[in-house]
Design a protein around this ligand. Sequence first.
Ligand SMILES: C[S@@+](CC[C@H](N)C(=O)[O-])C[C@H]1O[C@@H](n2cnc3c(N)ncnc32)[C@H](O)[C@@H]1O
Length: 348
Amino acid sequence: MASTAKFEVLLTLHNLPPPSFEPSTFAKLPPSEELQQTQTTILEAISELQALVLGPIGMLRSNALMYIDLISLQAVCHFKIAESFAEEASYTQISDKCGLDEPTLRRIMRQCMTNYIFKEHDNMITHTAASKLLSENPMMRAWAAMICEESWPAAARTVDALERWPKSQEPEHTGFALAKNTSVPFFVELGKSATRAKRFADAMSMFESGHGSAISALLKHYPWGAIGKGTVVDVGGSHGSRGIAIAENFPSLHCIVLDLPEVVADGPSKIPSDLKSRVTFAAHDFFTEPPEVVKAADVFLFCRIFHNWSDKYSIKILRSLILALKYGARILISDICLPEPHALPSAL
Ligand SMILES: C[S@@+](CC[C@H](N)C(=O)[O-])C[C@H]1O[C@@H](n2cnc3c(N)ncnc32)[C@H](O)[C@@H]1O
């Protein structure tokens, strides 16, 4: 209770309205550590309370039924339902636009409404905050569609992959390979399609600004200013969102973004003109020797890279870097880790 009251006060201090499902609600919290910590405290309490109130049967049932939410979200992305109307539309109008038959569309949208995506009044549909975000923000759409169409099918086949290739560390022995009927690793498969590669890169950019992003933590928790005039290499840096943030905040740093050729091809178009000379791109396969241009850089950043690779391949990536390391160069890893037991209040 104290945290929810504090959350409201902090929102007011930041000139934000209380949380709501209205389309006019704020989509992102401002980069305030206090707000973020308060939000985390509330969410942990809610999660624990929900599990306790549901009890073990209810909790397991609720976990197992999450797939229903994903089916409807995938349909929303796939049939472009959110962007099919601006303010208000009938099921018939949306059905005509999306090519889904009306009874099926109605079921999908009403299921979404149980998650506060769309709302209905007198048979007319309007947006909530979440559906408005999907309708207006192509990066949000890219992220949701990428998760529903790449990650989710892969997740559903991961246990089959474990059964078929027990103990394998090979990147083509995955749920993704089974789901997509491919014999090549994830990034090679994505690289076959410019559309899927771009959607993945856009999805990566979605959560790279403002509150709670890996970038704000990265900027804050590393002494970038102490490097002085120097070079930072963002290995597997996609379209350069981190490079932009570092260059904006530390004018004496140059950031070189390394990624696969099909990814860096789109990179320069995302860089603001005043940063173009300090955020540059080079195509590179991180299993091979780094290009000359990054040799003798001060910092090599690996953000959300190693979670994609088994230990065997993570070691190969790091070994390939050795030839680019000058004395005193730093390797910085920012990635998702499972917490140690008891590290979080809800991890009993
Ligand atoms: C999970 S994404 C993370 C992107 C970015 N670092 C971020 O945090 O938003 C992994 C990145 O690794 C890149 N990647 C995959 N295989 C690669 C390889 N062999 N060499 C270089 N980059 C690669 C992908 O193209 C993608 O941009």
